[in-house]
Design a protein around this ligand. Sequence first.
Ligand code: NAP
Length: 240
Amino acid sequence: MSRKVLITGASRGIGREIAISFAKNKDNLVLCCKNNIEDLKALAVELTDTYGIMCKAVTCDVSDYDAVKELYNEAGDVDVIVNNAGVAHIGLLTDMDIEDWKKVTGTNLDSLFYTTKLFAPGMVRAGSGRIINISSVWGEAGASCEVAYSASKGGVNAFTKALAKELAPSGVSVNAVACGVIDTDMNRNHLTEEDLDALCEEIPEGRMGEAKEVAQLVLMVSQAPSYMTGQVITIDGGWL
Ligand code: NAP
């Protein structure tokens, strides 16, 4: 039976590939992004036409609770949530503006509270559901010049483990997928070619991961038995 899946941050990068993977699986989709709504609408049309699914594209800033409430009012209950939307910020912590701190933690962590608060009660009523949070290896290891980002993803990991315990009795599983370096705008916009080459030399697989590879794993996690819950699953080419 086809499921209804919410994917945040689906206009580009990993979220876009996750949307394509779930569409191929014949799931119906609710996709959101903050800025690039025309790209997201074009993706929704393409997925609807190609796979014969229902696919909605909605503008929603996931760091804003009222906006997520509007998203819930438009989308209704879902079977799967993929909390993928995220932003990075590179620089010394002591140089970071308060607004940038709030943007990173609001987008990467507060958003998980907002989607869960609004969409999880429907899953609990149904006695089933899957929540998958996209995390980062920096959430465990910590990265210099990415303190806010690392803290937000460390928060995502702890959120995942704690929420999994809270929702397991209701048949809802909660897991995270922690990515290493994946070839998307997030890295291309922040790191130089030399930085990326140096990073790839440290990765046993010798390359960045592809968004498609993350998407394949996220789909698998969404299909895993509900007994697998509270896990942070790493995909990093053997890096950390
Ligand atoms: P990306 O290419 O920069 O795409 C980010 C996506 O998030 C876009 O769709 C963007 O929408 C959306 N977004 C950003 N802020 C938002 C907000 N406030 N509300 C709603 N949507 C918002 O990034 P990515 O590399 O695909 O990253 C996806 C996830 O993977 C993030 O959680 C990131 O932390 C995680 N991750 C990535 C890597 C990596 O190496 N790329 C590594 C570890 C973890 P717009 O297009 O509208 O701006």
